[in-house]
Design a protein around this ligand. Structure first.
Ligand code: 5GP
Ligand code: ZN
Length: 111
């Protein structure tokens, strides 16, 4: 999507502090971290929200969680644990309408 911030980051048109990249996913540090470690994992494919996912996106969603696990473990070394968050639509606090997973860690997180 041409006017999507995360599509532009995925395309390299807007810089990011990259943590991980493969053919289908990109992970980078959040610009306004809400924990000592705060990384966003995005698919390079544009999908607005989790609520818009269909059966055709099942493989993508499964792979995305697998990448989250890999990034938290092998790239971020969050051995003590971490939180995974997906904000869905305005009511869920979503501000960027390109699906993404927040990985938060580096301290004991309050509920
Ligand atoms: P949401 O509220 O949509 O779940 O999360 C969007 C996240 O993207 C926010 O935590 C916000 O700080 C982050 N963000 C917004 N714009 C940028 C940007 O240009 N670069 C990076 N790295 N993060 C951004
Ligand atoms: Zn997008």
């Amino acid at each position: 999507m041409s006017d999507c911030l995360f599509c532009k980051i995925a395309a390299g048109e807007i810089p990011c502090n990259k943590v991980y990249e493969d053919e289908d996913f990109l992970a980078f540090h959040d610009i306004h971290p809400k924990a000592p470690t705060h990384v966003l994992v995005i698919p390079k494919f544009h999908l607005e929200t989790l609520a818009d996912a269909t059966e055709q996106d099942t493989a993508l969603l499964g792979l995305m969680l697998d990448r989250v696990r890999h990034i938290a473990d092998a790239e971020l070394h969050l051995d003590a644990g971490y939180r995974v968050v997906i904000n869905v639509r305005e009511g869920g606090g979503q501000e960027v309408f390109h699906i993404h997973v927040h990985i938060l860690g580096g301290k004991k997180l309050p509920f």
